[in-house]
Design a protein around this ligand. Structure first.
Ligand SMILES: Nc1ncnc2c1ncn2[C@@H]1O[C@H](COP(=O)(O)OP(=O)(O)OP(=O)(O)O)[C@@H](O)[C@H]1O
Ligand SMILES: [Mg+2]
Length: 235
C-alpha cells in the first residue's frame, strides 16, 4: 500500500511545555527564565520579540537556535525534535547576537567561514567571491573597501553589518536577531532590516527579531510577541 505523502507543517517551530532555568537555580516559577506552554511560529513569518530586561528574549532566541536544550519541554523544527549542533541546525538556523563575534581574520574570511563549514564552499574562488560581494552589498559595505580589512579594523556598526552579511550568505531558513541594532546608527539599522526582509522575500527565511526599538520593529513584523518574566503575555 502506498502511504500518503505527509503534509509539511505550516509551522517552522513548535514549542510544547518549554521551561528553562539556568545553572543551579531551583526549579521554581520565580526563577524560570522562560515558561511557554505552547507557541507555534509560522513558516516565512517575521516575529518581533519585545519585553523588559531579563524577560527571556535572548533565552528564547538561543533555544530556537538549539544553542542548548530547554530544562524541560520540546521544540520541534520543521516538525522534528532537534539537538544542539546537529547538521540540520547548523545548515539552516543562524543567530546574530548583540555583540557580534568575528573571527580574528579578514572580513572576507569571516563571511567565507560559514560557507566552508556548511559544506557549500565553492571550489572556484571566483564563485565564493561573488557570493561574499553580494552579501556585503546587502548590508551597504563596499567589497573593495572592506573585504580585506581585518576584524579589528572595523567600527562597532560595521562589525555588526559584517556579522549580518556572514549570515545572509548562508541563505538561512531561519534568521534569529538579538537586538541587532543596539550599537548601530539609524542608516545601518535600516539596512539590517531591509536585508532581513530581502532574505524572507528571496529565500523564504523565517525571522525572529528581539528589539527594544519599537520604531524599528514597526511595519517589519507580522506577529508581535511580548514577554514578561519568561511568559508570552500577548501576541
Ligand atoms: N547564563 C545565565 N545564567 C544565569 N541566569 C541567566 C543567564 N542568562 C540569562 N539569565 C537570566 O534569565 C532571565 C532571562 O534572561 P534573558 O537574557 O533571556 O533576558 P532578555 O529578555 O534577553 O533581557 P535583555 O533585554 O536584558 O537582553 C534573566 O532573569 C537573567 O538574569
Ligand atoms: Mg537579551
Amino acid at each position: 500500500m502506498i502511504s500518503p505523502i505527509p503534509t509539511p507543517s505550516p509551522h517552522i517551530f513548535e514549542l510544547q511545555q518549554v521551561r528553562h532555568f539556568y545553572g543551579t537555580k531551583p526549579f521554581a516559577p520565580d526563577t524560570m527564565a522562560l515558561d511557554i506552554d505552547a507557541l507555534s511560529i509560522p513558516r516565512e513569518s517575521i516575529i518581533g520579540l519585545t519585553g523588559p530586561n531579563g524577560s527571556g528574549k535572548s533565552t528564547l532566541l538561543k533555544l530556537l537556535a538549539f544553542a542548548f536544550r530547554p530544562s524541560t519541554g520540546t521544540i520541534l523544527f520543521n516538525g522534528k525534535p532537534e539537538y544542539p549542533f546537529s547538521g540540520n541546525v547548523r545548515c539552516n538556523i543562524t543567530l546574530l547576537t548583540q555583540e557580534p563575534y568575528l573571527l580574528k581574520r579578514t572580513v572576507f574570511e569571516n563571511i567565507n567561514y560559514g560557507l566552508k563549514i556548511r559544506g557549500r564552499e565553492q571550489k572556484l574562488n571566483g564563485q565564493a567571491e561573488e557570493k561574499i560581494r553580494y552579501a556585503l552589498s546587502h548590508v551597504g559595505l563596499d567589497f573593495e573597501e572592506f573585504a580585506h580589512r581585518k576584524w579589528n579594523e572595523l567600527s562597532g556598526g560595521e562589525a555588526q553589518r559584517v556579522a549580518m552579511a556572514a549570515r545572509l550568505v548562508l541563505k538561512p531558513q531561519v534568521l534569529l536577531l538579538d537586538e541587532p541594532t543596539a550599537s548601530v546608527d539609524v542608516e545601518s539599522a535600516a539596512m539590517i532590516k531591509e536585508s532581513a526582509a530581502m532574505s524572507r522575500q528571496k529565500w523564504g527565511t523565517t525571522i525572529v527579531a528581539a528589539s527594544h526599538d519599537s520604531k524599528w520593529l514597526e511595519g517589519f513584523c507580522d506577529i508581535h510577541l511580548h514577554l514578561i518574566r519568561g511568559r508570552v503575555v500577548f501576541t
